[in-house]
Design a protein around this ligand. Sequence first.
Ligand code: ZN
Length: 697
Amino acid sequence: MNRRDFLGSMAATAAVGQIVNMPLPIGENVRSPLPRAKWLENGLIDAGGSHEPYLFVVRRGGERLDARKDYEWNQSEELIRTLHGQGIEVFHTHLYKGFGMAAEKPEMEDARRVAAIAHRYGMKVDSYIQWNTMMYETFFAEEPRAKDWIQRDVSGLPILLVYGFQQSYRYRPCFTHQEYLDYLKQIVRYAVEEVKTDFIHFDNFDLNEEPDSCHCPACVEGFRAFLRAKYTPEKRRERFGFENVDFVNPPQWNRENRPEKMAIIFDPAIQEWIDFRCQVMADALRQMAEYIRSLNPEVAVEINPHGITGGNRAWENAIDHARLLTSTDVIWTEEENPCVYMADGRLISKIRSYKLARAFHNILLAYITDSDVAMAESLAFNQTLGFAGSAPLSPRMLQHVAFYRKNRELYVGAEDVAPVGVLRSYASLTYHHARAQLSAILVEQALIQSRTPFQLVFDEPLPDLSKLDVLVLPDSECLSDEQLARIRSFVERGGGLVAVGQAGVYDEWRRLRPEPGLKGLVAGQTPARDYEEEVQETIVAGPSRRKNYGRGRVVYLPTAQFDGPLPEREDYFNISNRFWKRPRNWEEIVTAIRWAANADLPLEVSGPDFLVANLVEQPARQRRLLHLVNYNAAKTPAISSLRCTIRVPSGKVVKEVMMYEVDAESPRPISFTPGPSSATFTVPQMKTYAVIAVNWS
Ligand SMILES: [Zn+2]
């Protein structure tokens, strides 16, 4: 029995009060990627249409008196013909909002008719399905069993979606209930077989923050069964001090100790409850993705969990991207991070979310239509446009669509060239977010604003490190013995390591290591603290140190320093974009990485700190492509005389450098000086976005 069947049967047995007791491997399958829909390899230009059914617009209230006309226009042939003529390739439209199939059937039939029109124009269809809403007023009338499928808080009250003040008719279903997932499968089947959709968008993919977590009988019993399945009795004794977890409950809170004020998560049951919530979401998604693929392997699966926002996503929202993006082709982020360079020196972007998506071969969808920089950022870091908006599309968007379609071959099949890896350690970020997230954000910010080519590395398990020149551990406090051994071996074989602050001083349960985990690799770490009732901030200080180790190089940096007074703490220690500023010691960080690499990085580009670069490669076309984005285009519309060196694979000779811009009719050659496996050239001037193709033979 695999885990999802297990959870399903567990839910059924829990209802009759039985105790399930069987050790099972937990969640291994969600760590390996599902096959992807092949058509997306050609990129994505998606636009709507509206995802709201008329029924919802009415129930929500406050609608225009001509809302019905608007609903009809949003699925009219006229609209589809217009979008098709504008180069849109995927039509986004409504399908299911959460009222129950009986209530929504007429509008689901509309969605089916609309899909047929879009298909007639050669477009693909993107269908909106609500993952996480049960509008109980109609749903309970259709399906009386659904009263047992909703999430309930510790007092037994339904848990709601959190829109404004007035949507208390939107209950959240509980994803440990197999019956709810089976219900959702009927909608998915309708989407694939009747609508013949090409793309399923699952909206609202998350859970509420504590104390709003589900305490329904299936979750309580599911949590205990999860602990039994995850750990042997001996391991449970090591984890909790006792073996019998039959009476362990989800965590509860009190007025003096609010969950949003908890700085460090020590409690093993809270740590495991976070893992359980993440796993329930990942398992439910995997089950649905496998079902979709079984009906039609070419239907793309997309969820809306948001990307890297600076929040503690696992703790707050049961989102561990590393367990989700193995099941998806595409993810949405609605994060409020515009692409802009602020007067106080912050560079706000969605680059982290794009890099997250790329790490799992996903495409990211975001609202990009209002800004040239956002469109450029998507082309540069997503290697496609993604979501072009809702009709009517803006003239600038249409110019970007036209540019992308004309020059599509610059993007298709491009692979990131990023030999620096920044570890986003699940346990470190989840259990001590205030330190580990801030450190990760600041290191990433230094790399972004210095145009250092990097990728994000996720753990559990760590990927193959041999493809990296340098691994950075930004206060990655909680590393397992196995991870430490892998890191040590990577350095022994010639890899570079930059360890920041408290990296490696705890194990994966955040138990203090009497000997620091990176002992021998780094020295001089400030002693770390074990359990404390009142958490005190550990001030880390000392000199940075360099060291050769095996065939590799190691740099220890005590800290990534925020530049200026640290902003006030937010709830849940959210490291929102108020913190997204180049750290004071950015040069030290970048220099350390370059030294540890012990090799030339593949690009060097001069320019201001609001100029950002991304380098990709198309091996079959024998070229590397440098994408440059000016985040301060609003105040500095053009940047001149950018000195660039791009390295190509060893032994290759550069034969041509061409520059492409959105507003230029055709690409133009740039004169260059060839070097050994490299080209050096000057970009005379660029505006918001430029692509420079460096071709070799
Ligand atoms: Zn539940």
